[in-house]
Design a protein around this ligand. Sequence first.
Ligand SMILES: Nc1ncnc2c1ncn2[C@@H]1O[C@H](COP(=O)(O)OP(=O)(O)OP(=O)(O)O)[C@@H](O)[C@H]1O
Ligand SMILES: [Mg+2]
Length: 580
Amino acid sequence: MLKTLGAHIKEFKKDSILTPVFMILEVIMETIIPLMMASIIDDGVEAGNLNHIFFMGGLMVLTAFVSLWTGVMGGKYGARASTGFARNLRKAMFENIQTFSFSNIDKFSTSGLVTRLTTDVTNIQNAYQMILRMCMRAPASLICAMAMSFYVNSRVALVYLGAVIILGIILCIIVRFAMKYFNEVFKKYDALNESVQENVSAIRVVKAYSREDFEKNKFMTACNNIYNMFLRAERIIAFNAPVMQLAVYSCILLISWLGAKMIVSSSMTTGELSQLLTYCMNILMSLMMLSMIFVMITMSIASAERIVEVLNEKADITNPEKPVMNVANGSIKFNHVSFSYRKDSETPVLKNINIDIKQGEMIGIIGGTGSAKSSLVNLISRLYDVSEGSVMVGGIDVRKYDIETLRNEVAVVLQKNVLFSGTILENLRWGDASATDEECIHACELACADEFIQKMPDGYNTYIEQGGSNVSGGQKQRLCIARALIKKPKVLVLDDSTSAVDTATDSKIRKAFAQEIPGTTKIIIAQRISSIKDCDRIIVMEDGAVNGFGAHDELLETNEIYHDVYESQMSGSGDFDEKA
Ligand SMILES: Nc1ncnc2c1ncn2[C@@H]1O[C@H](COP(=O)(O)OP(=O)(O)OP(=O)(O)O)[C@@H](O)[C@H]1O
Ligand SMILES: [Mg+2]
């Protein structure tokens, strides 16, 4: 864990070293100041030596300034190191997340990743800054003040030693109890973020179902959980201050009493007494700081583990050693393919699939929900890797291709597709950044998107809101199809991509495909038989296996499922916009 995190501090090595150096210098200055104070009292005030008072006073002001400067510098370098560390962590996590395959993404929840990128990193940043500034300063201050006290008066110093030991034990107990709660708090943040994220991204659904109260309660529960945890932890931490004060005042009382007796018997000077009182404060303050560092570090260990988990997650779909950089054609072959989402699952999602698709064919896929249609097509562009067997595109196993090359040639319009905030043209150019305006318009014509884009006030420069919330479901689907077409792929996969498009437009899109991109292999997943019945061949999926594969007329006669679905949809019960 330390090694992984350490790699991201390297850039700020200088700042990380300078911070404690300046902090120790500050401690030294702070230790010298009481010494000068004692000298002013004993050799100046008591001896009536005005010159000495001025000289020492001047020196003291100078030392105080140096101490101030070292403090400021320590703060500056500490801030630079810790914020830089946080920046590097965020950057590295984000970059690693970009390499994740679909199955890597399945492992982490979105809200979990958000907490890790925000709250957890902030924790680490604060802890690191605290460590840099205090980890050296507190023990140094403790040791310096203790040594000086023994130097000044060893009998009084013994009082401190006793106080330090007792206080140390009490603080340890307090921290131990508080830690238990702090460790729990960060897990609760995931629930909070999940509640916010889910609610905000699906606010329309929440409103449509009048679930505001339920969502409010869910959010409040998450908030209250964190509130209670923090409250419990802080309630214990709150004991720190009174215990400290009790220790400080008892020490002061004891020292004053002891000191007074010693001064009377001339075994100690007044200056020495004032010096000892200052060290008393220093010692106990540094002990307090140490306990806080302890809390901070334990709080951040949980965060650090969560961050390292993301940093160390290895993308499980990577480029092969000598990747093939060219996809010869759009033929597809499934060779005894089995697939499951989890390695340990017993029943695979896809079972022994054998399919041969020629370049340029238009293939329809139909089947009930959960029959693994999406799972099947996701294997073609290697969004997931097969568990057994192989998928070939252009006669070569997809695992041998350069991933970017493969995904450019196999364009998938995902079932859950999204548009991003930006103009329509910007969204289309996700497919190909160098596409000309004409190419974009042509793709939109093929996808029947041109007609509604022309009617928009800003045409192709219309701004799409985040998630495409200002276009209709059918318009969004057509834009997503156009975006895939701009890649000019050899294989085009439409996963239920015209479900929200009216039947007439749906058929227009398919006709345009047949005429304009005859060389492209087209795979169309649909729920409506009307959407796929004029495909060259149709795959009927059931429970992760191929139940039938053939042309419409052939399947009507030989395949029972296909026949039944056709009958029910034709009689009007299956699909509202299909006239019986
Ligand atoms: N990311 C995933 N992790 C684990 N299991 C999954 C995942 N995606 C799908 N599944 C499971 O795999 C099976 C097949 O799902 P798939 O999405 O391929 O079905 P589908 O035929 O596309 O359904 P639909 O018509 O509803 O789109 C389902 O039982 C589903 O629960
Ligand atoms: Mg699906």
